[in-house]
Design a protein around this ligand. Structure first.
Ligand SMILES: C[S@@+](CC[C@H](N)C(=O)[O-])C[C@H]1O[C@@H](n2cnc3c(N)ncnc32)[C@H](O)[C@@H]1O
Length: 195
């Protein structure tokens, strides 16, 4: 089992090559599948935390032309990479206001975020966060939640949830979980609402 890593650790770990990997292969497959779930729920104000790559943001916004998106992560390497990648997207140059970028340590700062005006919260990185349950608990009731949870261990994964049953056991008291769908042999995609 891995352990919680610091912002400085991620800044070194997230080389341009590694960040490019988070925007390719199974990550593209996952981003397309998760984006279609977010789009089907007609989300319009979307908040993503511990985002890492930028592919999910671009896939979601390509399906939701009127949505606004907050992209956040505590790593400066990830932030700079996402700003550069998203600036190259066709939707971005003419409408910069659709994406705002924030350098947020979500584990330390979740209680300072006002989620009232957000209608969908997205995260593909709960396994990196110490306060995964507290963060979800801080969401107002009824908020839509879209998660991707990997079934594998890594040096920066604090926990591994391999099956839908394990996901339900960890988050089912906080979230009304509607669906858990396998994706690319590596992830489970979760559609839920804060209870
Ligand atoms: C490396 S990505 C990988 C995500 C996921 N495992 C995947 O397969 O796509 C994880 C991201 O979480 C971010 N992260 C980790 N802890 C964080 C925290 N406390 N606050 C904000 N971002 C965090 C890292 O900076 C990194 O960009």
């Amino acid at each position: 089992m891995g352990e919680k890593k610091s912002r400085e650790w991620y800044d070194k770990f997230l080389t341009p090559q590694r960040l490019a990997m988070f925007n390719s292969g199974v990550h593209v497959e996952r981003a397309k599948a998760l984006a279609s779930l977010v789009a089907a729920a007609k989300s319009s104000v979307i908040f993503e935390f511990a985002a890492g790559g930028s592919i999910l943001c671009s896939e979601i916004l390509s399906l939701l032309p009127k949505a606004s998106y907050t992209w956040s992560d505590f790593s400066i390497s990830a932030l700079e990479h996402a700003q550069k990648q998203l600036a190259a997207c066709s939707f971005f140059p003419n409408n910069r206001r659709r994406v705002s970028f924030h350098n947020i340590d979500i584990d330390a700062g979740y209680h300072n975020i006002n989620f009232e005006n957000v209608d969908a919260v997205v995260c593909v990185s709960l396994e990196h966060l110490e306060h995964d349950r507290e963060i979800l608990q801080s969401l107002p009731k009824g908020k839509k939640v879209f998660l991707s949870i990997p079934n594998i261990d890594a040096e920066d994964h604090i926990r591994v949830l391999k099956t839908p049953k394990e996901i339900q056991e960890r988050y089912g008291d906080i979230l009304d979980i509607k669906t858990i769908t396998p994706c690319a042999g590596l992830f489970h995609l979760v559609c839920a609402e804060r209870k």
